[in-house]
Design a protein around this ligand. Structure first.
Ligand code: ATP
Ligand code: MG
Length: 467
């Protein structure tokens, strides 16, 4: 868009006649106007040009101070002058240079022509005093009309062009800034997408890994399940047989008193001593008990493995109160916790959720027992929080325990991964929990800071989507 050109000019000269001359040149009435148009046409080669030359708007001041007041007033009114003609000698007030200095300190954009009748030898001084040469021209008296007119035309145009350029630059800068901020936003969106994708990829790798381990576990569980099954049932039968044998032995021992052949009695005594019958009678039940515990434990591990690989899907889905489940689970594990940590509950308002309640309880139990195990010498704190998030509920188990080093963190959901001493952990707790949460179409997240603690968060949908 082209703004109308500013043609406002201020003439500062102490001689009234000069003002008259300038008025004739810059604000010509019709005849002079035409004359000047002709001059312009001759200069610019535009013969057909109609006499439509725009005149200037000329204001007069007779002293520098008066000129400054006019400049200040013009700025207040937001109608600045494009240029000023300033006479060099204007007694008794400021001379031309002083006047220009004041003008520029008020309006640095003002284009100036300094006019002088004297062949002044101190031009260098003048220029040194003003020190701004790109807005200053010199006009020596006596001057020609065309000189004045062309100076006025060129400098008012220059003023306007400078202004337009600055506006254009501002517009450009704004546009660049806008574009830059658009690009920045796009870049941020891209970065977020990239990291989201990386996160998803990581999750995918993790769940694929766990799924294949799950299959392996299911296979192993299946293979072990049968032999363990008959070992367990045979063991029951064996227990019965041994009991009967003991009964028979007791009967034989009683019958021994009625044996009269001393060599047979002596033989039986020696045999009893050799096999340490009394010790056997004591030790066999202990061995049987321990073995049975061992078999029960192996059966439990096989069961856990099957649960982890989701082989067992007999259970019923039900709408259950998560808080009730957590509370009853906490009762069961109270003895594990009470000497190690204080328990804090921060329950939010959550609806019942559709779940396999006993399995969810198992997840809670694993997380809480792990949290208790993570405590060191110092008594810690386990906080259980719940809340809702859209169509999901979440439950958090946060501890102030040892934290998990990053290397370990990668493996905690793998079956049999444990850092605990033999007998204390099988390394199935979290893999089982992972499987259970997967089965509920939920997810399990963990955040841990070494030596500060760990937070597990389980996120479960309120309603199961039927597939
Ligand atoms: N809250 C926790 N703080 C620190 N480490 C933890 C925490 N929870 C789990 N871990 C680490 O993850 C490992 C695996 O845990 P997981 O529950 O699967 O097995 P476990 O507790 O070792 O044995 P199990 O649960 O079968 O008795 C643990 O051995 C421990 O190193
Ligand atoms: Mg555990």
């Amino acid at each position: 868009m082209k703004t109308p050109q500013n043609r406002r000019i201020l003439l500062v000269d102490d001689m009234p006649s000069i003002h008259e001359d300038f008025r004739k040149i810059l604000m010509p009435q019709a005849p002079e106007h035409e004359e000047l148009s002709a001059v312009e046409a001759a200069l610019f080669g535009d013969e057909d040009r109609a006499p439509t030359l725009l005149s200037f708007e000329l204001d007069s001041a007779y002293q520098g101070q008066e000129g400054l007041s006019k400049i200040e007033a013009s700025l207040r009114e937001n109608r600045p002058y494009a240029m000023a003609f300033v006479d060099m000698r204007m007694p008794p007030g400021w001379d031309g240079v002083q006047t220009i200095e004041h003008f520029w300190s008020s309006d640095p954009r003002l284009q100036v022509v300094i006019c002088t009748a004297y062949a002044d030898s101190s031009w260098d001084d003048i220029l040194a005093r003003l020190d701004v040469r790109d807005r200053l021209l010199i006009l020596k008296k006596p001057f020609d009309s065309i000189e004045v007119f062309q100076l006025a035309t060129a400098l008012t145009t220059k003023w306007q062009m400078t202004l337009d350029t600055a506006a254009q630059r501002t517009r450009l800068e704004d546009a660049v800034q806008e574009r830059t901020s658009e690009l920045r936003t796009v870049n941020e969106v891209l970065q977020n997408e990239i990291s989201e994708r990386k996160h998803l990829e990581g999750q995918l790798v993790q769940s694929e890994k766990l799924a294949s381990i799950g299959q392996l576990a299911a296979g192993v569980a299946h293979e072990i399940n049968n032999p363990i099954g008959y070992i367990f049932s045979n063991f029951g039968t064996l227990e019965g047989y041994i009991e009967q044998l003991f009964e028979l032995l007791t009967a034989y021992e009683k019958a021994e008193t009625s044996v009269h052949a001393p060599e047979i009695v002596e033989g039986l005594r020696a045999l009893r001593e050799r096999v340490e019958l009394d010790f056997l009678k004591e030790d066999i039940p202990v061995l049987m008990r321990e073995s049975k515990q061992g078999i029960v434990r192996v059966r439990q591990i096989v069961q856990d493995l099957k649960d982890f690989s989701r082989v067992n899907s007999k259970q019923e889905w039900e709408w259950a109160d998560l808080h009730q489940g957590i509370d009853s689970t906490l009762n069961i594990v109270a003895s594990e916790i009470k000497y190690k940590a204080d328990l804090v509950k921060e329950y939010g308002a959550i609806p019942d959720i559709e779940c396999l309640a006993s399995q969810i309880n198992q997840v809670v139990m694993n997380l809480v027992v792990n949290a208790a195990h993570a405590m060191g010498e110092k008594r810690g704190c386990i906080t259980i929080r719940t809340g809702t998030e859209g169509e999901q509920v979440w439950l958090e188990v946060a501890d102030t325990g040892s934290g998990i080093p990053p290397e370990t963190l990668k493996h905690i959901f793998e079956p049999f991964f444990t850092t605990k001493p033999i007998g204390k952990g099988t390394g199935l707790g979290l893999s089982l929990s992972y499987g259970i949460v997967q089965k509920h179409h939920g997810r399990i997240e963990v955040a841990s800071v070494l030596d500060q603690g760990t937070t597990f968060r389980v996120i479960l949908p309120i309603r199961q989507v039927k597939t």
